[in-house]
Design a protein around this ligand. Structure first.
Ligand SMILES: *Cc1c(COP(=O)(O)O)cnc(C)c1O
Length: 449
């Protein structure tokens, strides 16, 4: 088939037409399988190595970022029950919300306040270790806090790092990269918030701004890095290291669930809702959770109605061979962290047999939930981070979401809904107030407040 025929066939699909009209959709993935993680043993080994590497770096992290000292230099976030939010959702829908509602607070991750503090920081640390070991300056059994010494920052300053970002990845890589001594250049898409650019410039990071969206910022970064043998490009669309950094979250969450005495099984299914941009962050987490919990974890990705790149890639089977612009969408959304038009070529195919489904949420929904979560739990997230909560609402409270539960005969009384919050603690207060005002006015318009 020619590209044109493929496009025509796709546009004849009711789901794609709804997506093209930027409507909210809920899609159950028919490609999910019972044995979804190929090369599982290999992944487990690599994820364990990533965990080990982060443990080696813990003394360095604790010493370079004192806010992580209490956690012994591990970059981790709390997992909390959000009962008030659950009551709020029950009240506003006049409908019960069976099971427990939990929030994984990656908005509170130290150093850069978003899920990117997992993958982004991990990849930079791995690079630093590789370079220093190769130069004979470091060995695996050293106390890595020596990396704060001037001889190391001087050594790393000979190297540079480039990355393309909608904001948060740049923030993570810029902060850790600059701290270690690297020269970092962040290629920022037009969506990136001004405060993120300013914060990076304050830290001595070079920020290059583009009028275009994320894909172009990445492409430019990749091209510039290619011309410089001392420049390392962090490739959000393909990097296995980034992916592994995110995947470390799996065993950490398991530990937290264990501590809450939650052991997912047939009578206590675990539902996980993750905001998705290019797919690496939620993809790494999803793969790790699938390795741990198998059929008892049900994972959904949420995207903005204007940027449903993962859903489009999975539905069409074309993965990074199609963009949301190809179906006429503009990729414009207030959820800047998710403003991605084309999915990761690594994460898309990996997610195909794993995901239970994808859904979209429009900006109004995200802002409304932002306001409600602030009111109910005094928890302030950036708009992107609410795409998880939107999924829990859809699965529990909509016909389309319920279909997934009914078809599988799932027992929901003891279900655990784990909503992944992906960013927000670094958003300036005035900006957060503005988000909240927008959310409040959306709710008023819908007569829900
Ligand atoms: C980047 C980001 C995501 C999604 O991660 P991807 O790897 O792009 O899919 C979700 N939420 C926030 C706040 C982000 O910054």
């Amino acid at each position: 088939m020619s590209d044109r025929d493929i496009h025509k066939a796709l546009m004849a699909e009711p789901l794609v037409r709804q997506m093209a009209e930027a409507r909210e959709v809920f899609w159950i993935n028919p490609h999910k399988t019972d044995d979804p993680v190929k090369h599982g043993a290999e992944w487990k080994k690599e994820i364990a190595e990533a965990e080990e590497r982060l443990r080696r770096f813990a003394p360095y992290i604790a010493s370079a970022f004192p806010e992580t000292e209490a956690e012994g230099g591990l970059i981790e976030s709390p997992l909390v029950l959000i009962n008030e939010m659950k009551k709020h959702l029950e009240h506003s829908a006049a409908q019960a919300f069976p099971g427990r509602l939990l929030l994984k607070c990656d908005d509170e991750l130290p150093i850069s306040g978003s899920i990117k503090a997992r993958g982004g920081i991990y990849e930079v640390l791995k690079l630093a270790e590789d370079l220093a070991v190769k130069a004979g300056m470091l060995s695996a059994d050293d106390d890595y806090s020596i990396l704060t010494e001037e001889r190391f920052t001087a050594f790393f300053s000979k190297y540079s790092i480039a990355v393309g970002s909608t904001g948060n990845l740049g923030l993570s890589i810029g902060i850790i990269g600059a701290k270690l001594g690297f020269c970092v250049t962040v290629h920022m898409s037009s969506d990136a918030k001004q405060w993120k650019k300013e914060l990076l410039r304050e830290k001595g990071v070079r920020v290059i701004e583009y009028e275009a969206d994320y894909s172009l910022a990445v492409k430019e970064g990749r091209m510039q890095a290619k011309q410089d043998p001392y420049c390392y490009f962090i490739d959000d669309e393909h990097s296995r290291d980034l992916f592994l950094g995110y995947a470390v979250a799996g065993s950490r969450v398991k530990k937290q669930l264990d501590q809450m005495n939650i052991k997912p099984d047939a009578d206590e299914p675990l539902f996980v809702y993750l905001p998705c941009g290019v797919g690496g962050g939620p993809g790494g987490v999803a793969l790790a959770l699938k390795l741990i919990y198998g059929e008892h974890v049900h994972i959904f990705f949420g995207e903005p109605t204007h940027s449903p790149c993962m859903l489009l890639g999975l539905f069409s089977g074309l993965h990074d061979g199609i963009s949301v612009q190809d179906i006429g969408l503009d990729n414009q959304t207030a959820a800047d962290g998710l403003a991605v038009g084309r999915p990761s070529g690594l994460a898309g195919p990996l997610m195909e047999p794993i995901l239970s489904g994808c859904y979209t949420a429009d900006d109004g929904t995200l802002f409304s939930l932002l306001y409600q979560l602030r009111a109910a739990e005094n928890k302030s997230l950036e708009p992107s981070a609410l795409a998880g909560l939107a999924g829990a609402v859809k699965v529990v409270q909509t016909e389309a979401g319920n279909r997934y539960i009914k078809e599988r005969g799932l027992e929901m009384e003891n279900a655990v809904h784990l909503v992944w919050s992906t960013g927000g603690s670094m958003v300036p207060e005035e900006e957060m107030e503005e988000y909240s005002r927008i959310g409040s006015s959306f709710l008023k318009k819908m007569g829900r407040q």
